[in-house]
Design a protein around this ligand. Sequence first.
Ligand SMILES: [Cu+2]
Length: 215
Amino acid sequence: MNCKPMLLASAAVFAMIAQAATVQVTVLARDGKPLPNAVVVIEPAGGTRPTPPAPVQAIISQEKMQFVPAVSVLPVGSRVTFVNNDGWEHHVRGVPVGVTNPSGNASGIELRLAGRIEGGTPASAEVTLAQPGALQLGCHLHGSMRGFVYVTDSPFTVQTDANGVATMRNVPEGAASVRVWHSDQLLEGKPTELMIAPVTAVSVPTQVTPRRRRL
Ligand SMILES: [Cu+2]
């Protein structure tokens, strides 16, 4: 009879599912309203760090004097292509911000991208995000341009949606802490400790007062 290995296999799959929780984190601004574009990181307590997420290839374009997307959350090691879709030059810089990151992107990003000629291919340049941490994007020529890249080595890193909600699946059950980063706060608040059960929903208040964005 060959059904026994099958049973064992399905038991193992069941055990994996039972330990992997779905966690919904709602981030609140200082006024108690949901906070979109906050970066939520769940760090399981103790022992082994989870395997970092696989690097990806991403694009951040410069369009009508804005970085699009305004906030990118990317795994460490990812490659980003900056593409200038405007008809004028941009001199893009990326500077580490927030929590000091000793091994961080100390050298930052420095790119000169010529303006796009009508009908031509836009100028682009690629950088590798070698270290975790937050980078603020700006342009030496246009002071109003502002964007962010959050480089993470945690697979449990998600940006909140328009309702201030970040949903993560397959998070290990047990003790963990939740960190919240937002581009409009200077210092990250204290992590929130929690116990992760199969279905966990928490609200995390912050002191962030989001700036109005020109969109
Ligand atoms: Cu510019």
